[in-house]
Ligand binder design. Sequence first.
Ligand SMILES: NC(=O)c1ccc[n+]([C@@H]2O[C@H](COP(=O)([O-])OP(=O)(O)OC[C@H]3O[C@@H](n4cnc5c(N)ncnc54)[C@H](O)[C@@H]3O)[C@@H](O)[C@H]2O)c1
Length: 397
Amino acid sequence: MVIQPKIRGFICTNAHPVGCAEHVKEQIEYVKTLGPVANGPKNVLVVGASTGYGLASRITATFGSNAKTLGVFFEKEPTESKTGSAGWYNTAAFEQAANAAGVWNKHINGDAFTDELKAQAIDIIRSEMGKIDLVVYSLAAPRRKDPVTGEVFSSVLKPIGQSYTARTLNTTKREIEDVSVDPANDDEIYQTVKVMGGEDWERWLDQLNAAGVLADNCQTVAYTYIGKELTWPIYGKATIGKAKEDLDRAAAAITAKLTDKKGKAYVASLKALVTQASSAIPIMPLYISLLYRVMKEEGTHEGCIEQINGLFRQGLYHSDPVMDEAGRLRQDGKELSDHIQQAVKDLWGQVTTDTIDTLTDYKGYHNEFLRLFGFGYSHVDYDADVASFVPLQNIIK
Ligand SMILES: NC(=O)c1ccc[n+]([C@@H]2O[C@H](COP(=O)([O-])OP(=O)(O)OC[C@H]3O[C@@H](n4cnc5c(N)ncnc54)[C@H](O)[C@@H]3O)[C@@H](O)[C@H]2O)c1
């Protein structure tokens, strides 16, 4: 079939297998050019492994360290008549490259919040991998069913305390407009923490630890975004920020429980980037379009794969990693530097619908958004007939 992008609001509802393979290939090439990660991981579990930061983590572990990876994700399987989701096609391309390089890789497609999936992962680790020395937790999900009570929680992206009004870029209309978001109530805050906080990360580590499948000196990392004044009202000091604060609590709890094996849990703060998750956050399309413009001009722009390689090479596997006062690993220093934030703020005040293309890098933002779904690659023929069905050989049934 011929596959063209179908964009609905902030999401693209289909994906292109050939373009997704390009998206993965570029990241693999980047890791290879940097060479091996010194003392890198050997046996890695990546929860949220198919897109964004989790995919970049899996690629870095595989092609920077020859590590075995078990990837967990929630993706739509393609059929002969329907495209799959981007994460499925990304994984197909990843799997092909990892198999060709002779590096073990398997995947589980399902709900990572369930205890059944965790048990399934533990079985595979025990029978096929050996003890895990790195667990990457990179989930971005709108809902979570509590595995104990069965209650379903939903996350919201809302400010806390007062409503928030700001200029944003309406990506459907391609216009600058004001957006107002009402503050969350206590229940919405609670539910967001239940979904995006540290509870499930901790549960993963508890169950892995109880099963005896964690190696001595193992590490685990969960990803956060901290930001600054410009994004605090809708992120850092909003519902999602509350959930992310709970990661700090969970990191301390996990580290305490792993004392015997000298294990360590880290929260890593990463740069704002276009991913499926971030494009859903109000004002982020404008903030990121302005940030890209400013950081590209300065030559300091980075994508997921650059950020994760920085995290592995200067953080997780560095003998003296740079940490903030709360013990978090940071890769967001350049984004949060005063002069970059000030430049973004200045442009934010000036930009109008007519100046979107001159004052922001919306073109770059939009192209990167398309690439998340395998579109927007100049050397891929989007009029060509391609098979939508792409099987995964190494998927656990
Ligand atoms: N994008 C950013 O700007 C940014 C910045 C800093 C930190 N982060 C954080 O990084 C993490 C990953 O975000 P991302 O932007 O890469 O998101 P993403 O949407 O690209 O990836 C989410 C991943 O989670 C998986 N997933 C979602 N629900 C699942 C479920 N129920 N069970 C199993 N897998 C499930 C998806 O399949 C995918 O692999 C998040 O914690 C996010 O807050 C993102």
